[in-house]
Ligand binder design. Structure first.
Ligand SMILES: NC(=O)c1ccc[n+]([C@@H]2O[C@H](COP(=O)([O-])OP(=O)(O)OC[C@H]3O[C@@H](n4cnc5c(N)ncnc54)[C@H](OP(=O)(O)O)[C@@H]3O)[C@@H](O)[C@H]2O)c1
Length: 298
């Protein structure tokens, strides 16, 4: 079953390529990666050309502009990528008989009473969340058999490091002091579990809105302490700070996070924080060992 992954140069997109393997064709937009095709998803003609060449049954869209503070200050650019992009893909997919899996976020909720299941009413409090919700609606209006997968607090191996856990490890190892919000709660999720869950949902022909998330609900600061414990880092370098003192441009939902009972009921589950961080430590050790081997080669 051929699958097109738009945004395969990104964090979640790379994990999707690994899991879907040979059946997947991936794209990048601005950061070329070997083996990937160039595509700007806002360009409907370019999307149609690639889709007619590959004839995918499913088009996966991890592609986005996910920088929440940047979106807050660049509303029209954010709408262009985060709404018009996926909407253009959905239009092409409908014409060509393909289904779309769109990745969304717990930031579609206001954070008053998370973690949220699929029956909760979205009420985004920042531009990024509003645009992701608008895109969800456009996707499902275009074809109710499309699939929206909301995810949250994704962590895992990534080079260069961009996700919370990888940047935290890097900064603490460099001796920095790191301020972490005490009042932003979420359900951290290991990136490889998200990719596996997406594959299972596609194989099961799932449609509509699904939540995929790890089972632990905790504030960022507690999560940071768990990272310190797993990776032997100095907890004293991590400072618990209320969001009001972080100077973030966009408001963050306080009690966000997702409950994934619907997915769990069909056997799709994600690791808890303890197991996810152990898996990440294993991946990092393997990467170091491989790099060592590469360096020693003549
Ligand atoms: N990471 C998280 O914690 C998290 C949490 C909740 C939800 N999400 C959602 O999960 C999805 C994946 O996030 P991520 O962390 O993997 O993001 P990411 O690493 O920043 O990757 C974004 C991807 O989108 C591509 N892209 C950007 N603009 C594009 C365009 N106009 N046309 C085609 N591709 C474009 C980028 O390509 P180039 O880099 O090559 O330009 C990159 O491959 C996003 O939808 C995000 O909203 C993520």
């Amino acid at each position: 079953m051929p699958v097109l992954v738009i945004g395969a140069s990104g964090f979640v997109g790379s994990a999707l390529l690994d899991v879907f393997g040979a059946e997947a064709v991936g794209t990048y937009c601005e950061r070329p990666r070997p083996g990937l095709r160039q595509l700007d998803m806002r360009d409907a003609r370019a999307v149609a050309k690639l889709v007619s060449e590959i004839a995918p049954s499913w088009i996966l869209i991890p592609a986005a502009q996910p920088h929440v503070d940047w979106c807050e200050e660049h509303e029209s650019e954010s709408r262009d990528v985060n709404v018009h992009g996926p909407a253009a893909v959905a239009g092409v997919a409908r014409e060509m008989g393909a289904r779309v899996l769109f990745f969304s976020t717990d930031y579609v909720f206001d954070g008053r009473e998370g973690p949220y299941d699929e029956s909760a009413k979205p009420a985004p409090i920042n531009v990024y969340g509003k645009h992701k919700l608008e895109a969800e609606e456009r996707l499902l209006d275009s074809n109710p058999r499309n699939l929206v997968v909301r995810i949250c607090g994704v962590y895992g191996y990534e080079r260069p490091p961009k996700n919370f856990v990888m940047t935290l490890i890097e900064r603490l190892r460099a001796g920095e002091q790191v301020r972490v919000p005490s009042d932003q709660w979420g359900t951290p999720t290991y990136v490889r579990d998200i990719a596996r869950a997406a594959k299972t949902l596609v194989e099961r022909d799932a449609a509509g809105v699904w939540h995929v998330a790890g089972p632990d609900f905790l504030p960022r600061y507690d999560f940071a302490r768990r990272v310190c414990a797993e990776f032997g880092l100095n907890e004293a370098q991590v400072y618990s700070v209320p969001s009001s003192r972080l100077g973030q441009r966009a408001k963050r939902p306080a009690y966000a996070g997702l409950r994934a009972h619907r997915a769990e009921a069909v056997g799709v589950s994600c690791r808890n924080v303890a197991d996810g961080l152990k898996a990440l430590a294993g991946e990092m050790a393997q990467e170091i060992a491989q790099r060592g081997t590469t360096v020693e080669k003549p």
